[in-house]
Design a protein around this ligand. Structure first.
Ligand SMILES: C[S@@+](CC[C@H](N)C(=O)[O-])C[C@H]1O[C@@H](n2cnc3c(N)ncnc32)[C@H](O)[C@@H]1O
Length: 165
């Protein structure tokens, strides 16, 4: 997502964080291959974002909030690093996805060597089963102190909430 943004919006300075050194290394290699110099990647935990208050105009988090030990704390951290009246976009797989939506998703992305019933079970019970519903995420964002929280329609088995500081 960071590289896509860096390619699409050449001028802004983009910073990507992840608490996995492997993910940060992989992103740095992809950045080098893409020849982009308007983005950087570094280690950082969403529970304690390593930046000063009010240092970003926009925060985007994709498919990560379900892993955070305390989603309200992570969203509070995001609010802290945002400039006044700036926005955050938080996307994640929706635990309320219907069985048909899940099958459609699995059939599209399932690797040929994974037996579909195993993939469906893992998605239902592990990936989607450990995620949140759009309503739960909205509730976390309100508790994190955002002044406005709205739910956007997106294609596929995801929710996207837009939060304004
Ligand atoms: C499913 S991957 C999604 C990666 C990427 N955003 C994407 O959409 O391709 C979830 C990522 O969240 C990271 N992550 C989980 N908990 C985190 C935390 N507390 N702070 C920072 N990163 C975290 C993981 O290391 C992993 O790279």
């Amino acid at each position: 997502m960071s590289l896509l943004l860096a390619r699409t919006l050449p001028s802004p300075a983009i910073t990507g964080i992840d608490y996995s050194p492997g993910q940060v290394r992989a992103a740095q290699e992809m950045k080098k291959k893409a020849g982009l110099d308007n983005c950087r990647f570094q280690l950082g935990n969403a529970m304690d974002i390593p930046f000063a208050a009010e240092s970003f105009d926009l925060v985007i988090s994709v498919n990560s909030i379900k892993h955070w030990p305390d989603p309200v704390r992570g969203l509070t951290e995001i609010r802290r690093v945002l400039r006044p009246r700036s926005r955050a976009f938080i996307a994640e797989v929706d635990r309320n996805t219907s069985p048909a939506g899940l099958r459609e998703f699995a059939d599209k992305y399932c690797a040929w060597y994974v037996w579909p019933p195993v993939m469906h079970w893992c998605l239902r019970n592990v990936v989607f089963g450990n995620s949140y519903t759009a309503g739960e995420a909205t509730n976390f964002a309100c508790r994190a102190g955002f002044s406005a929280v709205s739910l956007q329609e997106v294609p596929g088995p995801f929710f996207l909430i837009v939060l304004t500081k």
